[in-house]
Design a protein around this ligand. Structure first.
Ligand code: PSU
Ligand code: MN
Length: 312
């Protein structure tokens, strides 16, 4: 690991340490979806299933989280279990990193915080469900995910963003941040539960190698930004957009009445939408997380290891 000096605050799992040493492909996975995105025990099962899919497709999973004031890059099954079942964990976005480390807190890292840590560790591919974005009823509430995408040399595989957000506005902010939207076997920006949103992507690829090439060309030209590879949710469990819309409107009204603000907004809406749509939305959620992990592993394999690139 001579190529990269990270502080003592970082702790690598054995697998990730080995993969870094030998330049094997690594896929970063976030953990706010474990602590604040899904209920127990589905959160634990999903986190482990995503790791398994990454391994089956030739890469090493690095689930990133804060555990008692240390940045963990790669978790053991026991650590996944404790993060999944502990109700007291914090949602860690960028602004929370310093205070969580100083106070030895544990927490699930959002896309923004995971992107930051992945880039520090030289990990170039990251799979998640959906990114945060511009909120519908509060256009000034813009997830730190979007600005951090504008600062991290990481290819992020996701199913777009949930339509609890203002998707056209989210797409505009991504453009401002210089993030290309690449559709994986689709021409449309997916809306997480639904395969369509009415919004176009900037480019389409049908092969993971072509996605890897776009990112590598951008980075070797000197761009220090993310590339977003959007994968539609698997057909078998995807839900029609109009069915989701009714639940989303109700959830937004409930959030307004309950006076939910700031970092609590996204977890509140996710939980409410999932309650209002029953098991079906959850099924779609689990399926797309695994499918994104698979595509990410293929892209990471196509990109090769982390040998040549250090922290941003
Ligand atoms: N969108 C989802 N599921 C999630 C999240 C977003 O469909 O679990 C989580 C991610 O961790 C994302 C975070 O980074 O919520 C965004 O929170 P905020 O809007 O407070 O930035
Ligand atoms: Mn917010």
């Amino acid at each position: 690991m001579a190529f990269l000096q990270l502080s003592q605050q970082y702790h690598f799992s054995k697998d990730v340490q080995q993969a870094r040493k030998f330049g094997a492909p690594i896929v970063a996975l976030e953990s706010a979806v474990i602590t604040h995105g899904l209920p127990y025990p589905e959160n634990r099962q999903t986190a482990l299933a995503m790791e398994a899919v990454v391994r089956e497709n030739g890469a090493i999973p690095a689930t990133i989280a804060l555990l008692v004031g240390k940045v963990h890059i790669g978790l053991t099954a026991e650590e996944v279990e404790s993060l999944s079942s502990d109700q007291a964990t914090r949602k860690i976005s960028l602004r929370d990193i310093g205070l969580a480390l100083a106070n030895e807190l544990s927490g699930g890292t959002t896309v923004a915080a995971t992107l930051f840590f992945a880039a520090q560790a030289g990990i170039r591919v990251f799979a998640t469900g959906g990114i945060g974005g511009v909120h519908r009823d509060a256009p000034f509430d813009i997830s730190a995910d979007l600005s951090q995408l504008g600062k991290s040399q990481v290819l992020v595989v996701c199913a777009g963003a949930k339509s609890i957000l203002d998707l056209p506005a989210t797409r505009e902010v991504l453009e401002t941040q210089g993030i290309p939207l690449i559709g994986y076997r689709t021409d449309e920006f997916p809306a997480f539960y639904s395969r369509e949103s009415g919004l176009k992507v900037d480019w389409r690829v049908d092969d993971p190698k072509d996605a890897a090439k776009i990112a590598q060309e951008a980075w070797s030209a000197g761009l220090k930004r993310a590339v977003l590879l959007v994968v539609p949710p698997p057909e078998a469990s995807a839900l029609p957009g109009d069915r989701m819309e009714a639940a989303i409107r109700e959830a937004l009204e409930d959030a307004r009445q309950a006076g939910i603000h700031g970092a609590d907004t996204t977890p509140f809406l996710l939980r409410r939408v999932s309650e209002l749509t029953g098991g079906e939305s959850q099924k779609a959620n689990l399926a797309l997380l695994k499918s994104n992990a698979l595509v990410a592993a293929q892209v990471a394999a196509a990109m090769g290891g982390i040998k040549k690139i250090g922290p941003v």
